[in-house]
Design a protein around this ligand. Structure first.
Ligand SMILES: [Zn+2]
Ligand SMILES: [Zn+2]
Length: 203
């Protein structure tokens, strides 16, 4: 069974997950404070679930400290390569560009440090949003797609409600009920719990 630890950081309480895989450590998302939190932990691979600022704030710092490879969906590229991307949305934020080495899009699988991930494209929260599924361990690192009793917001640029809900139904609710969902914000949940009681998925 794969072990992982959780770190929550930044003004939006964004969750990151450090997976301890037999071959090394994989970090899912890089909220503010993650670089400092894991400065003494070796990180081999950094995977970004999507390009929103709260998930990528420390990505460049982590990449330069650890020399780790970074993976994300091609749709995420503009958000992590254009210093001024978020200015176009009206935010006074500057992004330190990240060099992506792994392009992750369906139907890709990623074998990283001994962990085997299925990449699920679930846009709708934003373009390039992915979930990472480890079938053997029954774990879904979900980013801002499905939360306990909620779903990701779709009102930011590039968001699309229909796309989001369809993606959740077709890609996530088809997984076993016992699958643990580790979201980008808030507490973990399971596929079964959300199928039964998530108010956004009941009709
Ligand atoms: Zn987001
Ligand atoms: Zn977020």
């Amino acid at each position: 069974m794969i072990q992982f630890e959780e770190f929550t950081g930044g003004p939006l309480d964004t969750n990151a997950f450090l997976i301890h895989s037999p071959g090394g450590n994989i970090l899912i998302d890089a909220p503010m404070g993650a670089d400092r939190r894991f400065q003494n932990t070796e990180i081999h691979t950094l995977i970004l679930t999507h390009g929103h600022f709260d998930h990528i704030a420390d990505a460049a710092a982590i990449q330069s400290r650890h020399g780790c490879r970074v993976g994300f969906h091609p749709g995420t590229l503009p958000m992590v390569s254009d210093r001024n991307f978020f200015r176009k949305w009206g935010f006074e934020l500057e992004v330190e560009p990240v060099a992506g080495e792994l392009m992750l899009a369906e139907p890709a699988t990623l074998d990283s440090e001994g962990a085997h991930f299925h990449i699920l494209d679930v846009p709708g929260h934003c373009p390039g949003s992915i979930c990472l599924y480890i079938q053997k361990s029954g774990l879904l690192f979900g980013g801002d797609v499905l939360f306990r009793n909620g779903i990701g917001r779709w009102d930011l640029p590039g968001g699309d409600y229909e796309l989001l809900v369809t993606g959740i139904r077709n890609k996530i609710l088809v997984l076993p009920d016992s699958t643990r969902v580790l979201p980008g914000h808030g507490p973990e949940t399971t596929v079964g719990t959300e199928r039964k009681s998530n108010p956004w998925l009941q009709h």
